[in-house]
Design a protein around this ligand. Structure first.
Ligand code: FAD
Length: 299
């Protein structure tokens, strides 16, 4: 049996392949040891010329200073564009606007604008601050009044857990983009069909902005399963089976993680996807390998 692979972009010679855009997400480190790993990973990933490196914002602004310090240093030390995440949970508009002015003063013009979750967790209903932005769409509109930002917003291949239905979900995504966001970045997902269905639904609703897949390499199946459960992303049975029994076997775990992520990314490439956002968890190895599969390499 011969399998014709000629029409698969992932198998084409570099010169004929589409060029890929990547971005990398980090979280602000808490300790000196974590900060060392953060910079080690940034140093390895910066030469890949990502569109931007983003740094998350802790619930309720708990990482406010650290997020600002990290995005400022990334931009100043590596020359790579940095994007600051920002949430509006538990803060007045004046407080959020003050954070935005801090980003502006540091030369940061890219923002990932989010609603955020209540301190008690996503299971609890979201109540906006009485003088705050009501949701992410309201925050995007507010940002546009404060300056000229490149704004990314969140999208959910499996629907946001608080969405009543798909119509409300897509309406909300459209509101965020219509308010002035440039692109949406998805929550982690492990079944590409969920992503393709989201893109179809968005296009049917007239959304033309890119919906960039958020790729979560599985450095630790146990840890990622916990994250997934907290943010409403599902772990398919076949994925759990692949990692079953590997908790005490880091070498095989790492090989399986790399195969799983490669399979996901290459299937997206073969379906025409050219932009990727990688959740790095401040580690570089798996992401470096995935970028190489895309032909994204240091100069
Ligand atoms: P929104 O888009 O405002 O709303 C979420 C859901 O609420 C909608 O899907 C919709 O179901 C419902 N909703 C909102 N407004 C309406 C309305 N008017 N009518 C009907 N339904 C409505 N969290 C952090 O704390 N810090 C981070 O740095 C961070 N980074 C993230 C990065 C990415 C790529 C993603 C995907 C998520 C990130 N999150 C982060 C998580 C995010 O804060 C949560 O998922 C949160 O629950 C929703 O935020 P949102 O911006 O999608 O909210």
């Amino acid at each position: 049996m011969t399998i014709d692979t000629a029409d698969r972009p992932s198998r084409q010679p570099a010169a004929e392949r589409p060029s890929f855009q990547v971005s990398f997400e980090f979280f602000p480190p808490k300790t000196d040891v974590m900060e060392e790993r953060f910079w080690d990973s940034i140093t390895k990933l910066a030469p890949l010329h990502p569109r931007f490196v983003s740094v998350t914002y802790g619930a309720g602004g708990s990482t406010r200073e650290r997020t600002l310090r990290m995005v400022s240093s990334i931009k100043a030390d590596t020359g790579v564009d940095a994007a600051a995440h920002l949430t509006c949970v538990g803060a007045s508009k004046a407080e959020v606007d003050a954070v935005v002015r801090g980003y502006q003063e540091a030369g940061i013009s890219r923002i990932v604008a989010l609603r955020g979750d209540p301190a008690e967790g996503m299971g609890k209903p979201f109540t906006p601050h009485p003088e705050g932005y009501q949701n992410a769409a309201d925050l995007v509109a507010g940002l546009n009044k404060l300056g000229d930002f490149d704004i990314s917003v969140a999208a959910y291949p499996e629907k946001h857990p608080q969405s009543p239905d798909w119509a409300a979900e897509i309406d909300n995504l459209k509101r965020k983009l219509d308010a002035g966001a440039t692109r949406a970045i998805t929550q982690m997902f492990f079944d590409n069909d969920d992503y393709f269905r989201l893109v179809d639904r968005a296009q049917a609703a007239g959304i033309t902005a890119p919906i960039v897949p958020g790729i979560q390499p599985i450095h630790s199946f146990k840890q990622i399963s916990g994250f997934a459960a907290r943010c409403g992303a599902s772990i398919p049975g076949w994925l759990a089976e692949r990692f079953e029994g590997l908790d005490e076997d880091p070498e095989t775990h790492a090989l399986v993680a790399s195969a799983v992520a490669a399979e996901q990314v290459l299937e997206l490439v073969d379906n025409g996807i050219t932009e990727f956002h990688f959740f790095t968890l401040n580690r570089s190895n798996l992401v470096l390998a995935l970028a190489r599969l895309l032909g994204v390499r240091p100069d």
